[in-house]
Design a protein around this ligand. Structure first.
Ligand code: ADP
Length: 540
């Protein structure tokens, strides 16, 4: 028997109309300019999005064509987020931190027809322009030196010449709305294509999981070039939250100045950004008091960071898990009701529970599902309406298993459904046939008062096959040696987990989205480029 419900299509267009109609005159989009903010109402942004759609249409953009953006988090980027999917084209956000070779690869792979570029990023595009022949038009917004760019038009000029309304087409919910390439932490970038339906449902999932409403002033630190900024711009727009966009001012000092001036209530970012913000805020007495909650993910969030946010800044830092392939929100770590306050942190420092709509399972080496007992370690697999079932243009059968996405993350799930990621399959340390969790070691190290940041990677060992190497960045002025840190870990983890190899560095290598780049740390070690101190022996 069929239902009596309408075949209403779940599209970004419906979200756009909802935000513009209900909050057009009241909610704002605020972009930071380094010293002051630029304000626009939702109505102004929606009108400019309609003008942009008209301009793109005139340039020959047809349904299904890819229109790329190379931009920071700002108003024009949001206009592109609305105009491109709603006109039936596909928004392709280019990760501006990829290497020029990777950028050339992904623009050609996606066959982008138009690129909308931030003035400050023109040199990056100019350097690859002649290698991306599918690109027919370049639109530049904001200030920038366009001398070496070749043919281009100016955003404000082209949209000013266009009508202020657009005849938005009817769109099938399963058609492509946006695409994003993985950052290639564990291989070549691969394209993931989000449907209108996936974005729509993901918005509803995030709305519920983050408990947002129009009173929030939402600071989007996560780059809009990475997984649609975790879907936050769309969910904010749908709910009428005021959106605060930091543009390229992501260093702690200007970011804190933006926060003090425009008073966000909620934000989201990777742990490295929040670690920097915390250090700066403490050293400079920055006023971050408007922020009540922040979502943190993209890599494991150290317990010490969640505690410091609570104790020093009075901010609830909430861990979440996700990946480009999962739109990205998959899990969120809020404690279950009724746990004593002193146990809350144990739950918050886990990876989290699946948000409704996402199915998770842990699978053993033999492909069989493992029990949710908090002990059985295996690869995490995921499925759901906003989880990719393939990659764009490449066969990758090894990444899928009976319709589930193989995440490449390794961990356990307990009887209440709380996931704990212990590693990535490429990062796991297998010592004498047993797993050592780099995430757990890093977590404990981050809690040492002298440690600003720590990464643990597996390196080859003649006797044990692999042993952990700890790479540590000390806080300015702080002192601690390998023995101090080894002693500090002793008793917190199994003795045979204690690293013998230690290296102290001023900075850890980071990926294009600010995560620790363990591939590079391992390579530096293999190439003998790290100054490694050895203490103790592997005990078994
Ligand atoms: P890339 O895979 O190229 O780093 P993504 O942004 O898609 O780019 O990263 C997804 C990965 O980030 C996950 O597979 C996982 O390894 C890691 N990750 C994200 N959130 C968490 C978290 N809360 N805890 C541990 N790892 C996380």
């Amino acid at each position: 028997m069929k239902s009596t419900m309408q075949p209403y299509q779940l599209t970004v267009t419906s979200l756009m109309h909802h935000g513009a109609r209900l909050f057009g005159g009241t909610s704002e989009v605020i972009t930071w300019r380094g010293d002051k903010a630029r304000h626009a109402t939702y109505a102004e942004v929606a009108e400019r999005a309609a003008r942009l759609a008209n301009a793109l249409c005139l340039m020959g953009v047809k349904p299904g064509d890819r229109v790329a953006t190379l931009a920071w988090n700002n108003q024009e980027h949001l206009e592109a987020y609305l105009a491109i999917p709603c006109m039936g084209a596909v928004l392709h956000t280019l990760n501006l931190r990829l290497t020029p070779q990777q950028l050339v690869h992904i623009v050609n792979d996606a066959k982008d027809k138009v690129i909308i570029v931030d003035g400050s990023l023109v040199p990056l595009l100019a350097a690859i322009r002649e290698h991306v022949p599918t690109v027919e038009h370049v639109i530049v917004f904001g200030e920038g030196d366009t001398g070496k760019l070749g043919d281009h038009v100016t955003y404000d000029d082209v949209i000013a010449a266009q009508p202020s309304t657009y005849d938005w087409p009817e769109i099938e919910e399963d058609s492509a709305a946006a695409m994003c390439y993985t950052t290639g932490t564990t291989g070549d970038p691969k394209g993931v294509v989000y449907s209108h339906r996936a974005i729509w449902l993901h918005c509803f999932g995030v709305w519920g999981a983050f408990r947002l409403d129009e009173r929030e002033r939402l600071l989007v630190i996560v780059p809009m070039f990475h997984v649609n900024a975790w879907g936050i711009p769309y969910v904010a727009w749908m709910l009428g939250c005021t959106l605060l966009l930091p543009d390229r001012f992501l260093q702690p000092e200007p970011l804190c100045a933006f926060i003090t001036a425009e008073r966000p209530t909620f934000t989201g970012g990777v742990p490295t950004i929040f670690t920097g913000m915390l250090q700066y805020a403490q050293a400079n007495n920055a006023d971050l008091s408007s922020i009540k909650r922040a979502i943190c993910g993209g890599s494991a969030v150290p317990r010490a960071l969640i505690e410091a946010f609570r104790d020093k800044l009075d901010i609830e830092l909430i861990q979440a898990w996700g990946m480009t392939e999962t739109s990205p929100i998959g899990c969120i770590a809020t404690p279950p009701p009724g746990v004593p306050v002193e146990e809350e942190m144990d739950w918050r420092s886990k990876t989290g529970r699946a948000v409704p709509g996402v199915d998770l399972r842990i699978v053993g080496d033999d492909g069989g599902e493992l029990p949710w007992d908090g002990r059985s370690v295996g690869e995490l697999e995921a499925r759901g309406p906003w989880i990719t079932g393939s990659y764009y243009g490449v066969e990758a059968p090894e990444r899928f298993h009976d319709g589930w996405l193989r995440t490449g993350d390794v961990g356990v799930i307990d009887s209440r459904g709380y996931l704990q990621i212990t590693d990535r399959s490429k990062d796991v340390i297998k010592s004498g046939g047993e797993w050592i969790s780099s995430v757990e070691l890093e977590n404990h190290l981050a809690a040492h008062p002298a440690v600003a940041e720590a990464a643990v990677v597996g390196v080859a060992d003649a006797k044990w096959e692999e042993r952990p190497l700890a790479a540590v960045v000390l806080r300015p002025g702080a002192e601690a040696g390998p023995e101090d840190l080894r002693n500090f870990l002793d008793g917190k983890v199994a003795r045979w987990w204690l690293p013998e190899r230690w290296t102290f560095v001023t900075e850890l290598p980071k990926t294009s989205v600010g995560k620790q780049d363990k591939k590079v740390i391992r390579q530096l070690y293999t190439d003998g480029k790290l100054d490694v101190q050895e203490v103790g022996k592997a005990a078994r």
